[in-house]
Design a protein around this ligand. Structure first.
Ligand code: BDR
Ligand code: CA
Length: 311
């Protein structure tokens, strides 16, 4: 098993990613940390607690982190994830208490106390992770690698060339990509292949558990938002792919490449500039996902949700 910390901003796809992380026996989730992104920090934190409660998981600490990007103001994705950040299902249920420490402090403690190096799985803006690396550089040897959902080898989704997580906090992404730690980038170029089709939604419902129904309702809401905003017939389920990569590296094909974050572009701030063909001569700083085994990915996710859900 691999020790992981999941940093997230649930978020419909973050919610499924959390289920995959706690539902697959190959990962040990040491803690969950939350960040502002898809919604405000209070909402993303409540949503993380709700998903863990629904999954019947207790004993995994949840800590709230940064309530805004390192620079500039927060702009949430309410148009995709709704007012609650997790619109669709009825998620009114008792939840555990949030840890009494900041996410960065929880990450520091968990990494320091872990006998094995820890993999950080980052599913939202990289604010907490960047702050951890700046404030506690001594934890670096305890970090096996940072797998993040963000960026793209091609076009964006929030601006023409900017993906939401990177656009929300470009400076944080820049810090992480310059950190010298091993990073894996799961960008839109692969996540746009993992689509929650009617078939996927029916499979969730067919599990016959409360969790399966919640997943189906989450994806139904997500689908309507993506249809309205992007005219996509099916919504891309981004974040669980980052978790799946840690469970089974063969889910994605990666190439080592230099990745820079555009911090100043007049039109492209927050774009990831991926030198796939080694034109810059720069040293690769990321393993960039370029291919996805779509059926294997859905099998992993469905199996985890089935395993967690008591009827
Ligand atoms: C990313 O942005 C968020 O809306 C999703 O949760 C995902 O992490 C996709 O661009
Ligand atoms: Ca997310």
């Amino acid at each position: 098993t691999e020790n992981v910390i999941v940093d997230c901003d649930p978020g419909h796809d973050d919610a499924l990613a959390l289920l995959l992380a706690v539902g697959d026996p190959r990962l040990r989730v040491l803690g969950v940390t939350t960040v502002a992104g898809n919604q405000t920090l209070d909402k993303t934190t409540r949503n993380a607690l709700r998903m863990l409660a629904l999954a019947g998981v207790d004993g995994v600490p949840v800590a709230a982190g940064c309530d805004r990007p390192l620079v500039g103001d927060l702009s949430v994705a309410e148009y995709i994830h709704g007012v609650s950040g997790l619109d669709g299902p009825d998620l009114d249920l008792p939840v555990a208490d949030v840890a009494g420490v900041h996410a960065v402090e929880l990450m520091r403690r968990l990494i320091t106390e872990s006998a094995e190096p820890v993999t950080l799985i980052a599913l939202g803006p990289l604010t907490n992770v960047a702050l951890l690396l700046r404030r506690h550089p001594e934890v670096a040897p305890g970090v096996r690698r940072i797998v993040f959902m963000g960026g793209s080898t091609g076009r964006g989704n929030t601006t023409p060339y900017g993906e939401f997580n990177i656009v929300t906090d470009p400076e944080a992404a820049d810090i992480v990509l310059r950190s010298g730690l091993p990073t894996t980038m799961i960008g839109l170029n692969v996540t746009h292949q993992a689509l929650a089709t009617e078939r996927v939604i029916a499979d969730f419902r067919g599990l016959g558990t409360r969790l399966g129904t919640v997943c189906a309702e989450l994806m139904t809401f997500f689908a309507s938002a993506y249809l309205r905003e992007f005219d996509f017939p099916h919504p891309p389920v981004h974040d669980p792919i980052a978790v799946a990569t840690v469970i089974d590296a063969s889910i994605v094909r990666t190439v080592a490449a230099p990745v820079a974050v555009e911090l100043t572009g007049a039109y492209t701030r927050g774009a990831t500039v991926v030198d796939l063909h080694h034109r810059t001569g720069d040293t690769p700083n990321a393993d960039v996902a370029v291919g996805l085994d779509v059926p294997a990915f859905w099998h992993l996710l469905m199996t985890a949700v089935r395993r967690l859900g008591a009827p």
